[in-house]
Design a protein around this ligand. Structure first.
Ligand SMILES: [Zn+2]
Length: 110
């Protein structure tokens, strides 16, 4: 059974493809909006984990994701972004270190 809601289709109950639970679900590859941000869960799973789920062109009732898994995917994306941001900051500090080390050597040599 599908119930059309303002923010996109909701299946209740449906089988979540990410945890196997039967509960209220959203469709994996339909665009939803959360806090003004558009999200497509199958794309997020692909971007974050490089996982391509099968049969996303099948029946809507066979490509569902529950609210718990939606939250976990969102968290995973945020965690990934956080790691990337830290990596960037780390590399910048590292580069700065290298530069100043270089200068230091230069001063000693001169
Ligand atoms: Zn789930």
């Amino acid at each position: 059974m599908s119930v059309k809601k303002g923010k996109g289709p909701i299946f209740d109950p449906g089988l979540c493809r990410c945890c196997g639970a039967i509960k209220k679900c959203r469709i994996l590859n339909v665009e939803y909006e959360s806090f003004g941000q558009k999200e497509v869960y199958s794309d997020m799973i692909m971007d974050c984990f490089g996982l391509l789920l099968s049969h996303l062109d099948g029946k809507p009732s066979e490509r569902l994701i529950c609210a718990t898994c939606v939250q976990r995917v969102r968290d995973a994306i945020l965690f990934r972004q956080q790691v990337l941001k830290c990596e960037e900051a780390f590399l910048q500090v590292k580069m700065y270190d290298e530069e100043t080390k270089g200068k230091y050597f230069y001063i000693i040599l001169v």
